[in-house]
Design a protein around this ligand. Structure first.
Ligand SMILES: Nc1ncnc2c1ncn2[C@@H]1O[C@H](COP(=O)(O)OP(=O)(O)OP(=O)(O)O)[C@@H](O)[C@H]1O
Ligand SMILES: [Mg+2]
Length: 345
């Protein structure tokens, strides 16, 4: 790899020195990279974690050129990446291929690693300095399915280190705490409701004391809605994302989405409660702690209200103050990874 080019961007101006370190959210549905910008803010770049391969004949090449769709050549095939793949697949009635499934690298997609590497390079870019810190998100072990986070984490550590970064894994929901609970001294509960899973982390002054995931997320809602209504999964996704409010479903289809949402939320809450009560070495929280929700699945209308409603039904073991959704729900994990990279060491 030739990542030896010395970056000089951190010496452009004395006043606006941009801190080194990057955050990367490796998600089933989306890949998001966060860096500090020179206006003292954070820039997040998001791409769909999907690709589409097309024959490399002249006709296909011309078509992509005409449509101005960028592509790369892999194993003699033309490959379209990210959002463009998603759009093109919709136009031609095809399904995109996905490098990840249920929060982890897909065991059935043989091109998963080379493709995800291309998309990651696109959103993350090269390190600005050899060995720049890159904190990347990983899910916690699941309570309900047998999954192998160790292998997944090792693969991405290796990939990022080869790209010239110093890669460090951080639990996805821990990253939500870093992004959303700074004013609470990084004490509270971070929840990430993604495409493949829901991740939870109970944190005390930056230290995670309980982390787990459940294999239920947006994809789980979509397949169940599709099953009970006898519709395609992509149609279920469409209904869910088109701006509905789960407090007030307007059709049989929306009703199904609302039912599975409620179940996902109460299932996650029940699990936090049970794990907290049965866990050892749990800290004592005397003051109420906040719960921050993030992830694409938390973006649905009425999410926080239904969450509060379900919360009210159980006898939660910890005093809780505010329950809120991250301002930028889809970007919170990437931002939290960046915060960890900057303050990490
Ligand atoms: N407006 C919306 N309303 C409801 N759901 C949405 C909306 N926008 C996106 N989603 C859903 O959010 C999910 C993707 O969220 P996110 O990007 O947080 O997941 P991810 O981080 O890639 O996955 P994971 O963390 O599970 O590996 C998808 O299931 C998508 O359908
Ligand atoms: Mg995620």
């Amino acid at each position: 790899m030739d990542h030896t080019e010395a970056s000089t961007t951190n010496s452009t101006s004395d006043a606006t020195k941009v801190a080194l370190g990057k955050g990367l959210d490796i998600g089933t549905a989306n890949l998001a990279a966060a860096v500090q910008n020179d206006e003292d803010g954070i820039t997040v770049t998001v791409e769909r974690n999907a690709f589409l391969d097309i024959g490399s004949d002249v006709y296909s090449k011309n078509m992509l050129t005409k449509l101005k769709v960028p592509y790369v050549v892999h194993n003699g095939k033309l490959v379209v990446l990210g959002e463009s793949a998603f759009e093109l697949a919709n136009v031609f009635g095809k399904e995109t291929r996905r490098p990840m499934k249920d929060g982890l690298i897909s065991p059935t997609e043989i091109d998963a690693m080379p493709m995800i590497k291309l998309i990651i390079s696109k959103v993350l870019g090269d390190p600005r300095e050899q060995g720049e810190n890159c904190y990347f998100s990983v899910p916690a072990e699941s309570l309900d399915v047998d999954n192998n986070v160790v292998y997944h984490q090792g693969l991405f550590e290796g990939m990022l280190n080869k790209m010239g970064y110093t890669a460090k894994a951080i639990n996805e929901a821990h990253a939500v705490v870093f992004s959303e609970l700074a004013e609470q001294e990084f004490t509270g509960i971070g929840l990430s409701f993604g495409g493949g899973m829901a991740n939870a982390c109970v944190c005390y002054k930056t230290i995670p004391c309980l982390s787990f995931s459940v294999a239920r997320g947006g994809d789980w809602i979509d397949s169940n809605v599709a099953n009970v209504l006898g519709i395609k999964k992509s149609r279920a996704t469409y209904i869910k994302e088109r701006g509905i409010d789960i407090r007030d479903p307007k059709s049989r289809e929306e009703e199904a989405v609302a039912i599975y949402y409620r179940n996902l939320i109460s299932y996650t809450l029940e699990n936090i409660k049970n794990r907290f009560e049965t866990g050892t070495n749990m800290p004592m929280f005397n003051d109420p702690i906040d719960i921050a929700c993030a992830g694409g699945t938390a973006m649905i209308g009425g999410f926080i209200e239904v969450f509060r409603d379900e919360f009210g039904k159980i006898d939660f073991p910890i005093p809780v103050g505010r329950i809120f959704r991250a301002e930028d729900s889809l970007q919170a994990v990437a931002k939290g990874c960046l915060v960890a990279a900057v303050i990490g060491d």
